[in-house]
Design a protein around this ligand. Structure first.
Ligand code: COI
Length: 356
């Protein structure tokens, strides 16, 4: 498909951030985005690079009323050879197609998705930061645009990819986080939308997240919707525990987001002969392990957060410290290896890196 380029003149481009060590996450956006439309009967049309800016939507657009939306999170990096790299883009494209299927949306063709992304990255190469720990965050998004107030599957969609330079997701950076274990509210129930990357899952997390932030916690740890005992995920990340030297994480049983960093961490642990299992783990098992001195580490994994060590969990008013309250060896090793591969500083034995 031909991509039309509607580029801003040089004097209309925004200045790039001066301090790459103070980027934060998700507040700065590059000058252009990639977009295309889907119309029933026509398929995907109008692939284009447009200036970044407000989108005109009919006030009755279905996404605004019934939340028919899916999104992704990816990153691009400057390699040490000066090249630009993507990490496992085909995995994000496939996951978006799965999310689309769950939300009754037509998945963007994978070649057009990748071609549009590559064109955008070539256009916005100057926005990729170079400071250690920074990257260009990529947010593909797809929304239902048909104007209709009856609850229905939209006939029309807008797909766009926006990008912007980011640093660490959490203000703590790589320092251990404080997590609140939520017992009243749930993120996802069996048969629900939990494994789809869709706005509703994040909307479901806001109330408990706000409460936890007010009390000084970084994030909420979600338990299963039925017994409120089995550990699910953190919402921005999948969760891992290291107990007695074994790395465990919740299985992908429909309520968990199938994280690409999660999969990468599991693959690396296997590669290093570290015992790793995808199994149900309860909060009681974590407490018992801590009491017995066997809870070595806990960490979250995600595109935005990479590997984010946990310093403590608070459950029913009790603080459960993790290990020595410091970043553990496996968390550190995974962070160094994953970011090393992403930045082209370490060998890429699994072929995860794609050159733009
Ligand atoms: C990501 O890790 O890329 C995410 O999408 C999580 C969050 C920022 C919503």
């Amino acid at each position: 498909m031909e991509i039309k380029k509607n580029l801003l003149p040089a004097d209309k481009l925004q200045p790039k951030p001066k301090d790459e060590n103070a980027l934060g996450f998700g507040r700065i956006f590059a000058d252009h985005l990639f977009a295309m439309d889907y119309e029933e009967g026509k398929g995907w049309i109008n692939a284009r690079i447009d200036p970044y800016g407000p989108i005109a939507l009919d006030p009755a657009a279905l996404v605004l009323h019934y939340g028919q939306e899916v999104f992704e999170g990816m990153k691009a990096y400057y390699g040490k050879d000066g090249g630009v790299y993507l990490f496992r883009p085909e995995a994000n494209i496939k996951r978006m197609a799965n999310s689309c299927a769950r939300l009754c949306m037509p998945a963007p063709d994978k070649d057009i998705f990748l071609e549009g992304l590559m064109e955008l990255l070539r256009t916005e190469k100057g926005w990729i930061p170079k400071a250690p720990g920074t990257s260009l965050y990529i947010r593909p998004n797809m929304i239902a645009t048909e104007a209709a107030l009856g609850v229905k599957v939209s006939d029309n969609y807008l797909f766009y990819i926006m990008v912007g330079p980011v640093g660490a997701y959490y203000p703590e950076g790589f320092a251990p986080t404080k997590i609140y274990v939520e017992e009243k509210y749930v993120r996802a129930a069996p048969g629900g939308l939990g494994e789809a990357k869709t706005a509703a899952n994040y909307a479901a997390s806001l109330f408990a997240g706000e409460k936890a932030h007010e009390e000084g916690y970084t994030q909420v740890l979600w338990l299963d919707a039925c017994d409120k005992k089995t550990i699910e995920e953190v919402g921005t990340s999948n969760m891992f525990f290291v107990i007695d030297g074994e790395v465990t994480t919740a299985p992908l049983d429909g309520t968990i987001l199938p994280g690409i960093t999660r999969d990468s961490a599991i693959t690396l642990c296997k590669h290093w002969n570290i015992p790793v299992s995808e199994r149900k783990i309860t909060i009681d098992e974590v407490i018992k392990a801590q009491e017995d001195g066997r809870l070595d580490e806990a960490f979250g994994s995600g595109t935005a957060a990479v590997i984010s060590p946990v310093g403590s969990f608070t459950y029913r008013g009790q603080e459960i410290p993790v290990g020595k309250g410091e970043t553990g060896d496996i968390s550190r090793r995974l962070y160094d290896e994953i970011t090393g591969i992403q930045w082209g500083e370490r060998p890429d034995p699994f072929g995860w890196v794609t050159k733009v």
